[in-house]
Design a protein around this ligand. Structure first.
Ligand code: NAP
Length: 249
């Protein structure tokens, strides 16, 4: 009988009540992984995600937790480890934008984006790595962005946070490779979610013109790459950035 690629594995995904994180959680669950996910608050999106993943027949639990908070993140990982017994896959996905040109960017805009996008990945990786080291294996996936590779006018805070996630993944890969822990980053291009739907139509049309495949990506496009990196299909892939952008970059 065929079994899923992630049977017996436990995946932890941050910021997964909607958007790309939710699509990744559903994809990993569809291959048999048990799912622990976090999000800021236990709202309708949160409850629907628990129900949709549970309907796939895997264990799923959501945890209301601010990924940018060091204490909360460590407590959440401790609870997840207790509830699930192991953690094999960590997807650092939680992220926000607070766009603006450098000349007009406030300290708050800078600090909030760096804290939610980059420090959250430190918080969760720091808490999860000892668990994975004891298990002698694990896969860490940071959700970066093409603008973390190339930069983008009006997004110096966001681009810096996303470039930081690449540096973090590459460094963890070097530090933890001998313990069987792999760490990689995905750099999505323009993906159709609430985050990009918030942009004006003209901006979205401009982005689409730059994409050789002539469409925005779907959260599932990113989830497919995450499945590859989470599973043993990528057992010799570490310290890499996989760009998934319809050829835009
Ligand atoms: P989204 O639709 O805005 O979803 C973001 C999720 O993160 C939401 O569920 C949000 O919770 C959660 N979140 C925000 N701050 C959090 C915190 N402090 N702690 C825990 N959870 C938090 O965004 P998305 O488009 O799916 O993006 C997901 C990731 O992909 C982000 O890191 C983003 O930067 C990256 N990315 C997106 C694109 C794109 O085109 N969409 C491109 C490249 C990279 P609430 O529901 O409570 O707000």
């Amino acid at each position: 009988m065929a079994t899923g690629l992630l049977e017996g594995k436990v995946a932890l995904i941050t910021g997964a009540a909607r958007g790309i994180g939710k699509a990744i959680a559903l994809k990993l669950a569809s291959e048999g992984a048990s799912i622990a996910f976090t999000d800021l608050k236990e709202d309708d999106n949160f409850r629907n995600t628990v129900a949709e993943i549970g309907a796939l027949g895997v264990k799923c639990r959501g945890y209301a937790s601010d990924a940018s908070d060091y204490e909360q993140s460590h407590n959440t990982v401790e609870r997840i480890h207790k509830d699930f017994g192991r953690i094999d896959i960590l997807v650092n996905n939680a992220g926000i934008t607070r766009d603006g040109l450098m000349m007009r960017m406030s300290e708050l805009q800078w600090d909030s984006v760096i804290t939610v996008n980059l420090k959250s990945a430190f918080n969760f990786t720091h808490a999860v790595v000892p668990v994975m080291a004891r298990q002698r294996g694990g896969s860490i996936i940071n959700i970066s962005s093409v603008v973390g590779v190339n930069g983008n006018a009006g997004q110096c805070n966001y681009s810096a946070s996303k470039a930081g996630l690449i540096g973090l993944a590459k460094s963890i890969a070097k530090e933890m490779g001998s313990r069987g822990i792999r760490a990689n980053a995905i750099a999505p291009g323009f993906i159709v979610t609430d985050m990009t739907n918030a942009l004006p139509q003209e901006v979205r049309d401009e982005w689409n013109k730059k994409i050789p495949l002539r469409r925005g990506g779907t959260p599932e496009d990113i989830a497919n790459v995450a499945l590859f990196l989470a599973s043993d299909l990528s057992s010799y892939v570490t310290a890499q950035v996989i760009v998934c952008d319809g050829g835009m970059l």
